[in-house]
Design a protein around this ligand. Structure first.
Ligand SMILES: C[S@@+](CC[C@H](N)C(=O)[O-])C[C@H]1O[C@@H](n2cnc3c(N)ncnc32)[C@H](O)[C@@H]1O
Length: 361
């Protein structure tokens, strides 16, 4: 069993997370005869070895610490980072949406700090295989160190290949040999061809990207191949809650945006996606779209034919009087024609008249 997935009483070599009275955490690796020093006094590792997980121990001046084996989420959030990591909230969704299963053969790129590698290794189990690709050697080194620290060894079912995925993948994975591919990189669209060859029919491709421009570009690149189901995308927001007595409310702070997940499934060779009956895309216009912008649909009342005929007669009469030189009529017409700056602009032109009650302005 991997060191990071141990259970039972604390043993030599286990990592233990000590939480002090103010919530500060320290992680130690248990060694016989060693001491954990803090400014509040030392704790002997020997006092912890043999205790059940979740014990409380006092240091040599009586200050108490809670001792727990760190969870994988604790480990990835505190391990050294080269590149930005996939956060636990996204890792959980990646495992679910890419349907990573025990025994699966999974390709991952890039490796970055190895956070997602750890989640993938856990999900595939010892019978699965994880082939990771990273083009920067120093990041690969950080990831190797983190994975070895968590597992206590280099997992036998894990390899890191140095290089660009698009070039390196064909040498590492025969065609149609991979169950799942997870891409966490700047330009996943550059790798779609290589990945499509490696994936088994029915396999899942999942891309994790940070921006909408990347999301759009990779979705269109996948769609353009014609080799996949229509891509689906989402993001996950997790809002923590403060739950204490009657003070139950959302936390004031949260990690709002991390990235978008996009998934698509590889079709069988030669298969074509059947035309799906869909509502028209918003790049085309339907009658409904036009109706949505008519005055009626916007809630404006229309002018009846009868009312309109009256307005025409009123306008004719005013024009006739104006032509005949009746100054007062002309002045009244100007008053109606020039909008009053204090009034909201009328959507439907109106002429003031006593029987216009109910007409829209
Ligand atoms: C955000 S990091 C990955 C973080 C990682 N998933 C984790 O959870 O720790 C992105 C990594 O992808 C690598 N990368 C980018 N494009 C690549 C490519 N075409 N092939 C291999 N690695 C690539 C970068 O060097 C970088 O280390």
């Amino acid at each position: 069993m991997s060191r990071g997935e141990a259970s039972g009483p604390f043993r030599v070599g286990d990592r233990v997370q000590l939480t002090g009275p103010k919530g500060r955490m320290h992680t130690i690796t248990l060694q016989p005869g060693a001491l954990f020093h803090s400014h509040k006094g030392p704790i002997a590792h020997d006092d912890l070895i043999g205790l059940p997980d979740g014990s409380v121990v006092a240091n040599q001046v009586g200050i108490e610490y809670l001792a727990l084996r760190p969870l994988l989420s604790d480990f990835v959030m505190s391990m050294p980072r080269g590149a930005a990591i996939v956060y636990p909230k996204d890792a959980a969704q990646i495992l679910a949406q890419a349907d990573v299963f025990p025994g699966a053969t999974v390709v991952e790129a890039g490796v970055g700090s190895g956070a997602l590698s750890l989640w993938l290794l856990r999900a595939i189990g010892p019978q699965g295989r994880l082939l990771s690709f990273e083009r920067r050697e120093e990041f690969a080194d950080v990831a190797r160190g983190n994975v070895a620290t968590f597992h206590g060894e280099d997992p036998a079912n894990w390899s890191i290949t140095l290089g660009d995925l698009a070039q390196a993948l064909p040498e590492q994975a025969p065609a149609a040999s991979v169950d799942r591919v997870v891409l966490d990189m700047l330009a996943p669209w550059e790798c779609v061809d290589a990945v499509s060859t490696a994936l088994k029919p029915g396999g899942v491709l999942l891309c994790y990207v940070a921006t909408v421009t990347q999301l759009s570009r990779v979705a269109e690149a996948i769609r353009a191949t014609g080799w996949y189901t229509d891509p689906v995308a989402n993001e996950t927001m997790v809002r923590g809650w403060h739950v204490q007595g009657l003070a139950v409310r959302p936390d004031h702070r949260m990690i709002a945006h991390t990235g978008f997940l996009l998934t698509a499934r590889r079709l069988a060779p030669g298969a074509e996606l059947p035309e799906l009956k869909r509502r028209p895309s918003k790049t085309e216009f339907s009658d409904e779209d036009f109706e949505a912008w008519t005055p009626g649909a916007l809630g404006e009342r229309s002018v009846s034919d009868k009312s309109l005929r009256k307005r025409v007669r009123a306008a004719d009469a005013a024009a006739r009087r104006s032509r005949e030189g009746d100054g007062s009529a002309a002045a009244a017409d100007h008053g109606a024609a020039e909008p009053d700056a204090a009034q909201p602009p009328a959507r439907i032109e109106t002429v003031e008249h006593d029987d216009h009650a109910g007409d829209a302005r």
